[in-house]
Write a protein that binds this ligand. Sequence first.
Ligand code: ADP
Ligand code: MG
Length: 627
Amino acid sequence: MPESTAKPATIPQPKRKFNLSTKLKIVDLLRPHWTALTLAFLAVLGETLTDVLEPWPVKIVVDNLLQHQRLPNWIGRPVMALFGDNQIAILNFAVAAVAAIAIVGALSSYAEKYLTTSVSQWVTHDLRRMLYGHIQRLSLAEYDETRTGDLISRVTSDINAVQDFVNTALLGMIVNVLTLVGMIGVMFYINWRFTLIALSVSPILFAFVYVFTRRIKEFSRAVRKKESDLTSVVQEVFTSIRVVKAFAREDYEQERFEEKSLENVETALKARSLKAKLAPMVEVIVAIGTCLVLGYGARLVLRGSLSAGVLIVFLLYLGKMYKPMRDLSKMTDTVSKATVGYERIQEVLEIESKVRDLPKAKRAPKFKGKIEFEHVSFSYDAGNLVLKDINFTIQPGQIAALVGPSGTGKTTIISLIPRFYDPTNGKVKIDDHDVREYTLKSLRQQISFVLQDTLLFHATIWENIAYGCPDAPRRKIEEAARLANAHEFIEKMPEGYDTMVGERGISLSGGQRQRIAIARGIIRDTPILILDEPTSGLDAASEQTVIEALDRLMKGRTTLLIAHHLGTIRHADCIFVVKDSELVEQGTHEELLAAGGTYAELYKIQTSQGAEHEHPAVEHAAEKPVA
Ligand code: ADP
Ligand code: MG
């Protein structure tokens, strides 16, 4: 094994920060691996050289042994010194040369494959983590616009296409081009006329390959698009499998999937048929070249103006020269797939997050907790306004409630505080500063959420409670769970706090999940707390335990609470009523009742429906969870 192969295993994986703002170039990705690539390139040279030399010993046997020509001086002297000065020495030399060439070729080929695979793996790793990091940091607005399945397929399949390219085509193309040049050189040396005849078919060959490559690339793009559509369908259905089952739409979804799958098959077959045509065409053109040389050469041999040996050796070289041509034409597929994959990766990297740190953003100081909306308007799609000129102030430590009918923009209002979205107009301020003056991270670190529907990760209860504060000691986690009225039910679980929950773990009831969410909030201990209908969907008994826990969580924090039951917000310091995208009323419970407006009306409806408290889930079942 050449010493070159031992090294790459110890080449440390470079930890680099990528500058995402500049256009990503494949060169930038390859640069950190230049040592391995240089070694691989040397191996490639070895491979090429041995490839070119491979038929040479046959020439020596034919010319120098059978036809008794003398070896040229530059090679004759060392042969004489090593093997002696007779016919058998020449034979020994030729035989030894075959073995030596094969061994050097094998070692070089091993080194080349090992090194390129290692480079391709690292490049893939870099590309993958860069893309994932970028996608994860996109704001919710971009997620609203993009299908998750499409993103998944870009992180997986498209990256694999690039990996394939680095793995097989990058140095493979260099090998083939070098081999081709080498072969042609040697052939010219043997017989330039034959060489010209053999090469006469190459313009047709290149024209074919060029035209085909372009069309194959178009098809590759279409195939990838179809594949990612398919991933999207799968992803959508699997994440909403409950809905699919609830509405018994399995057959419809099956049909939808099969339709997409068929489209996929169709496009892939079209692409395949095109690709399948290329290689045989190359073969035929190559055969024509060989025919020409064979026909012309054999005539010369018959006439006696050429030795059979020269013709045979030339044909050996010719056969070998066409191989890199054929390989190059096969690589067009890998290259076009990789180009398409690369373009698709690039597309994602070029999406600029609408919500991101401003250049002058600074770390937020510890908030006191004053929240202010100043003439805030907002729309999701640059079209109709979901919020119109919202103005309000919440003083530090106050509990404020947002009420109003469904779909009027309450959740949207609270989404603007942690900058899930930025307002279209106006300002959201915390402690008298626009939230955009702070870095996203330092802003969000000081806000806790309990939302309508709490998602648990596939992890233990410990880890789920400490999700927003991973360093929390177990003692604190347990304390938080106690305050959140969760300790009791956690203790009863098979493995207590070590029980796995979430996907494929134990599933918890709505009330239990909310209490875990409250424990998460208690642990984070942030000055600002946002609650979005935390008790909707709970039965009366578990609602009571959740409300108790919430009271403990709210203590000493500025709280913005969206509540469905007006009974739960009676004691709020201030109540804001939202209707049709606008803030229509504000005041305390008593003031608003006395005013006799929307709030009084809502309150009257709720208190007259005595049974409403038992079935709060009904009205909200169809609402989608936010964030
Ligand atoms: P509420 O919380 O008061 O029920 P929301 O703030 O969730 O209301 O929604 C207000 C309006 O904005 C609704 O008409 C809803 O359809 C729309 N909306 C909510 N989220 C999005 C989103 N991610 N993209 C586009 N429109 C949205
Ligand atoms: Mg809502």
